[in-house]
Design a binder for this molecule. Structure first.
Ligand SMILES: Nc1ncnc2c1ncn2[C@@H]1O[C@H](COP(=O)(O)OP(=O)(O)OP(=O)(O)O)[C@@H](O)[C@H]1O
Ligand SMILES: [Mg+2]
Length: 290
């Protein structure tokens, strides 16, 4: 009798613990960083944003999902033994290739230099996105650095994210391509938020003009308001940091670009709190595929 009672107590305690673990499980917000035109600063924004969020005590995983020209490992001076290509071909799980990176973040390195991965088939794409969804309970935020342009792969990451940050420069071709990207994401109608970040600007005023123009066009023709993710000033320290293979916020924490990255992290953090009740990444992936 006494033994039974004790056993029951242990079972009860185990059940309580299980429930406690379940209720304290993390459910990460997924932020995709993308652009229409290439070379506008996505990788730098994604890496530095991830580090700023980690500095604010968020548990952050940064995923290099640029399947054509992955280069986060180059920018952050990492020499990964395994990368996303191992996950795509099925030889590794996502949690087996994750590694620690600068500033306390964890990183999934991309499938660099494997041109056959530039365009995944439906099965491979589904595998990558589902593997990313397995990270959802291991972090507060998952930042995905995507490739540029309206490819099926890039759009799949954006559509599955809670929040997409579209990066543009003030260059008219970059703005036009950013609008095309916004249109494509909006058409998928997943309900994910879209923010605009204007990079390599000379002044706050220049960024404001770009934002107002794109926001007005998006509202008028797509019926979608854009969130203002802010701007990053043109700053030679970003170029220097890339040469040093260090994120600018760690290499030059007091430069103008670093302050802009911090401001971006602050804005997204607030947007995250407001959308705390949003549905998770996996749910959206399921919706997207089926
Ligand atoms: N705010 C900035 N000020 C000055 N130079 C910048 C800034 N942001 C980015 N750059 C420059 O632009 C280069 C390209 O940046 P990055 O690799 O982040 O672009 P990307 O959009 O990820 O490119 P890709 O489309 O090839 O993936 C950097 O190496 C850096 O030299
Ligand atoms: Mg890049």
């Amino acid at each position: 009798m006494i033994e039974n009672k004790n056993n029951n107590t242990i079972v009860d305690q185990a059940e309580k613990l299980r429930l406690m673990v379940q209720t304290t499980r993390k459910s990460a917000r997924v932020v995709a960083v993308t652009s229409g035109k290439g070379g506008v600063g996505k990788t730098n924004v994604a890496a530095n944003l991830a580090i700023c969020l980690a500095a604010a005590n968020r548990d952050v995983i940064l995923v290099d999902a640029d399947l054509g020209l992955a280069n986060l490992d180059v920018v952050l001076n990492l020499n990964p033994r395994h990368n996303l290509s191992d996950v795509i071909c099925g030889s590794r799980r996502m949690d087996e290739i994750i590694r620690s990176g600068p500033g306390g973040i964890r990183i999934v390195c991309g499938a660099s230099g494997l041109s056959q991965l530039a365009d995944l088939n439906e099965f491979q794409r589904q595998r990558v996105i589902q593997e990313i969804s397995t990270l959802e309970h291991q972090a507060d935020v998952i930042v995905i650095d995507t490739g540029a342009g309206i490819s099926r792969d890039v759009c799949a990451f954006c559509e599955a994210a809670d929040h997409t940050v579209v990066v543009t420069t003030p260059d008219p071709t970059s703005i036009t391509d950013a609008y095309a990207m916004i249109k494509r994401i909006t058409r998928a109608n997943t309900g994910s938020k879209i923010s605009l970040l204007v990079n390599v600007v000379e002044s706050r005023g220049e960024a404001k003009k770009v934002f107002q123009r794109l926001n007005a066009t998006s509202q008028k023709f797509l019926d979608v308001p854009l969130y203002d993710a802010g701007y990053v000033l043109r700053d030679e320290h970003v170029v220097q940091a890339v040469r040093r293979r260090e994120p600018v916020v760690l290499a030059y924490p007091r430069c103008q670009a670093s302050y802009c990255m911090l401001a971006l992290a602050g804005k997204l953090g607030r947007a995250g709190q407001a959308a705390a009740a949003q549905e998770g990444f996996f749910r959206k992936v399921v919706n997207w595929f089926f």
